[in-house]
Write a protein that binds this ligand. Sequence first.
Ligand SMILES: [Zn+2]
Length: 436
Amino acid sequence: MQWPPDYDRSMRLYDSLTRRLVELPSPPGPIRIYVCGSTVYQRIHVGNSRPFVLGMWLRSWLRHTGYDVTFVHNITDVDDKVYAESVKQGVPSRELSERATAWFFEDTDALGLGRPDLEPRATETIPEIVEFIQELVDGEKAYVANGDVYFSVAGFPEYGSLSGARLEEMVTQETSELKRDQRDFALWKSQKPHEDAAWDSPWGPGRPGWHIECSAMAEKFLGPEFEIHGGGNDLRFPHHENELAQSRSLGHAFAKIWMHNGMLELDAAKMSKSLGNVVALQSVLEVWGREALLVFHLSGAWSKPVDFDDHVMQQASARADRLRDVFRGAHQAAAECSWERFSAALDDDFNTPAALAVMHEWRDHDLLRRALGVFGLESLAETDQAPPEAAALADRRHAAREARDFDEADRLRAELEETGWEVRDEAQGYRLVRIR
Ligand SMILES: [Zn+2]
């Protein structure tokens, strides 16, 4: 589709560092994106799906509009949490993180959005991490203390600019007698007795701190300067503040735009009905299906916190049904500039709720299918035919209703539902809809 010549094709995104909307360069860019991935020691939480989905959608939309995009989503497979869980379960830490990495792929594959371009693991990036730390030590931005290496916060005057963190919050980062200043944070941690895996380094056996892993992985694959750094709002401090300090201390520009997605807010009381307190992404996908979860993510502005409970998932599921129903009805060509309205919503800080509202107005099958495709939801455009046995049950139920035998009609409805189909009564009879 050609853009009208006067249409402004620029896209703007909210940057957490400068706290304003920043315009992306014109297509083809490039646009390089790094989004912090999951720490792998258990099945990932449904909340972990938000940065993954946002990254995949942003890549999809940018490519759709002519950008050359690289999306890197890392896997944190060495971290305090991995060691702690391995001790608890009595499983070697490497075995645990390998297993949890496989779960991560399985669960995010089930979202049906494809894979990021690169999914580096911290344990595969150790040489680059060690080199990064050495440069910081050589430049006197970091110091060695008894096998540990710490970043010196006092040497980076901009520290706190990303998160607005106050001094009292900063000193709570893992206190240690080895630190010259309690605000300092570890780049390298010497091996502890309960840690069954360690790597060699100029400072002795140990393993990297979490923050340096991301600086090293982002720069290894995207270079010292790239367009977008994403992650959950909970990572702003200390994780992203520390990444920024490490990279900028070496004179690297690092990310131009920081995108912090709002967190999923779970209300345990409202969760009880179908999921209990289990909120693994895998469970949510089993209960609600990928389409409802994706529509749920579309319905919330990416930078804002969003409630997650049964009620909002029911709403998302109903919205998915409404979109699916459009393809069961007649095609009606949309008004001119309909796509431009959809596009303008996404270009305005990737406003997916506004884009979804435009999609809900459409009865134009081609346009809606194309828009759904941006979000990996083209499956909603597939109209399927009920099998003959379901159709026969529906006919019998209809006849029972006509004869005002409502008990029999209810019984047949229940029988029909066991075949995976539900009947919806309409003014002109009824239709069959697959239960998702
Ligand atoms: Zn990170």
